[in-house]
Design a protein around this ligand. Structure first.
Ligand SMILES: Cc1cc2nc3c(=O)[nH]c(=O)nc-3n(C[C@H](O)[C@H](O)[C@H](O)COP(=O)(O)O)c2cc1C
Ligand code: SF4
Length: 567
């Protein structure tokens, strides 16, 4: 089918900006959808495929993988309510139903010429829940008044670009600062220090500081960077993982770091480049955080102008490095580092077989460091403060501080920075919820803790936590919480391996029957088989999908026995 001239022109313009090549497929699809009709009709897919030298089947396969790419028209106003448990507790389901009523539309039913009201996994706005995306733009604090304002704007057919800017203001709520958030060094001075230290000095400092990755697994950062430096090859890559996962409970600490501490994150990436010998870096930014991209690009441009990116950084010969922002398109699994790399290469975000690990063969087969946003900011702090001062905070096995994204049933949600080793009880007191009934630490794949465990410590040697700290008041229906987590895993499973593709929906359905009071005969045996099978999944999503059920049965036997019959 020959594409219309306007389609060809749109694709030509977008491809010219992206640099072209199969690797830019995802970025080009995102852009042509945004600048074109709001979805991807077949002639547009064909034109993209022709321009990038891929088949239309490849273009379609990529488009079908990402939640925010559409193969059918969805409407002029696309309203996606965040559907994590915190949003639900803040009334998202009621607000969504009210919006549908106000506009006279059915939920989840696209109207090509009108409005589409549906849900998405999590928008990373749990400190200002409920949140939503409208045409990809984030809106927080969607209470009844705000819902009415949105309904009126849509009813009057006001284009989203003309909506009041105040609707799109996303605040940073910093409730507690430690060394990371208190740091306001002069731009670039860390890089001057790093230049004097050299690659070996940086690697030694990180190792001595005991810095461990903040993205979940807690792998030691110094040895990881060293492994990348020592991997064969002349080109290396630095990737900042800003896919900020752990939805279902809605973490947002990386969003806040990128909003207020982007320089520190870029410093960390730049000194990583010196340490491993890389010239190229990427920030992989989750699609839900598209609103951060212009400010990040502006910060990068300033750093280039000031000589902190580009050639001869800090006046050092041979230290050349630059960073590009690469947008995701709505796929939680792309936070898993090898899936992220697939996505960076323009493909579906399916986790790779490992080994080889990214430090040996990552982006385009090149040795690649993938680190969490907070890890890079912490690496910059190590270089700024020195290893000794850094490891004076925290515990023996968990050095330094940790950012927590606190949300849920508490009066003071926001980002809290604590020394590693802080007791759960302390965090609950600080956020105004000393009488909480439960806390989910580290998102759905983490640990559900009841009051008996509030003396436990957040540290790699007790309860590890990538960031999400979600508070549930006494009397919450904990089975509903676990169901929400399992629905999330089922929605976000990439479908690559059988235990997860088949097992997680079976688990989801069994929990729904349990909540409805009508489990099938032999259901317990089915659950036991699923709990035994899921750990054989290919990646962490499937492997941890039954954790919430395990914790519920252990810690909240009453909620399990009564099928969640509570408030
Ligand atoms: C399903 C899944 C999702 C993940 N999502 C994220 C994420 O959103 N952000 C992140 O930094 N790490 C995430 N990770 C962990 C990454 O795979 C990887 O371990 C991390 O980026 C390494 O960085 P670090 O050493 O700085 O922690 C995820 C892992 C899995 C299995
Ligand atoms: S465990 Fe799930 S998300 Fe991970 S590879 Fe298998 S199907 Fe995909």
């Amino acid at each position: 089918m020959a594409a219309a001239a306007t389609t060809v022109e749109l694709v030509r313009r977008v491809v010219a900006r992206s640099g072209g090549g199969a690797g830019s497929l995802l970025q080009v699809l995102r852009q042509v959808q945004a600048e074109g009709p709001g979805w991807l009709p077949v002639d547009l897919l064909q034109a993209v495929a022709d321009a990038l030298g891929v088949t239309v089947a490849q273009a379609r396969a990529v488009a079908s993988f990402y939640h925010f790419l559409y193969l059918s028209p969805r409407g002029h106003w696309r309203v996606l309510y965040s559907d994590n448990i915190v949003d639900r507790m803040a009334g998202s389901e009621a607000r969504r139903a009210e919006l549908c009523r106000a506009l006279g539309v059915m939920p989840d039913t696209p109207d090509p010429e009108g409005v589409w009201v549906s849900t998405t996994s999590c928008t990373g706005l749990s400190d200002q829940a409920p949140g939503l995306l409208v045409n990809g733009r984030a809106v927080g604090r969607v209470d009844r008044d705000r819902m009415r304002e949105i309904a009126a704007l849509i009813a009057q057919r006001v284009a989203v670009e003309q909506w009041p800017g105040e609707l799109f203001r996303i605040d940073m709520r910093i409730e507690r600062r430690g060394p990371l958030l208190a740091r306001r060094g002069a731009a670039g001075c860390v890089l001057s220090t790093a230049s004097h230290m050299g690659a070996e000095g940086i690697l030694a400092a990180l190792t001595e500081a005991g810095l461990r990755g903040r993205g979940g697994a807690g792998f030691p950062t110094g040895p990881k960077w060293r492994a990348c430096r020592q991997a064969p090859g002349s080109e290396r890559i630095v990737v900042c993982n800003a896919d900020e996962g752990e939805p279902g409970t809605g973490t947002f600490k990386d969003r806040v770091l990128l909003q207020g501490w982007a320089d520190a994150v870029f410093e960390g990436m730049t000194l990583c480049a010196l340490a491993i010998g890389a010239r190229r870096g990427f920030v992989y930014l989750r699609g839900e955080y598209a609103f951060l991209a212009p400010a990040l690009e502006a910060t990068l441009a300033r750093r280039r102008a000031d000589g902190w990116l580009g050639e001869h950084i800090a006046g050092r010969d041979g230290w050349g490095f630059d960073i590009a922002v690469h947008m995701g398109a709505g796929a939680y699994i792309c936070g898993e580092e090898s899936a992220l790399i697939e996505s960076l290469e323009g493909r579906r975000g399916v986790p790779r077989l490992r080994p080889p690990f990214p430090v040996e063969a990552g982006y385009l087969g090149l040795p690649t460091v993938v680190d969490n946003v907070e890890t890079f900011a912490a690496a910059a702090l190590v270089v700024a403060e020195g290893a000794e001062r850094y490891r004076a905070v925290g515990t023996q096995a968990s050095c330094g501080s940790k950012l927590l994204a606190v949300s849920g049933d508490c009066p003071r949600p926001g980002v809290y920075e604590y020394p590693f080793g802080v007791q759960i009880r302390q965090v609950l007191e600080d956020c105004g919820a000393p009488d909480a009934g439960a806390v989910q630490v580290g998102g759905p794949s983490g640990t559900l803790v009841g009051p008996a465990g509030f003396g436990r410590r957040l540290a790699f040697e007790d309860i590890p936590c990538a960031g999400a700290f979600t508070v549930f008041r006494q009397g919450r229906d904990m089975l509903a919480v676990v169901r929400n987590f399992t629905e999330f895993f089922a929605r976000e499973s990439c479908g690559f391996c059988t235990p997860c593709r088949v097992g997680v929906p079976l688990l989801r359905d069994a929990l729904a029957r349990r909540a409805g009071g009508c489990p099938l005969p032999g259901e317990e045996a089915l659950l036991a088989r699923l709990e035994a099978a899921l750990p054989a999944s290919h990646c962490g999503l499937g492997r941890s999908a039954s954790n919430p059920l395990r914790d519920l049965r252990r810690g909240f036997p009453e909620a399990w026995a009564t099928g969640g019959e509570r408030t």
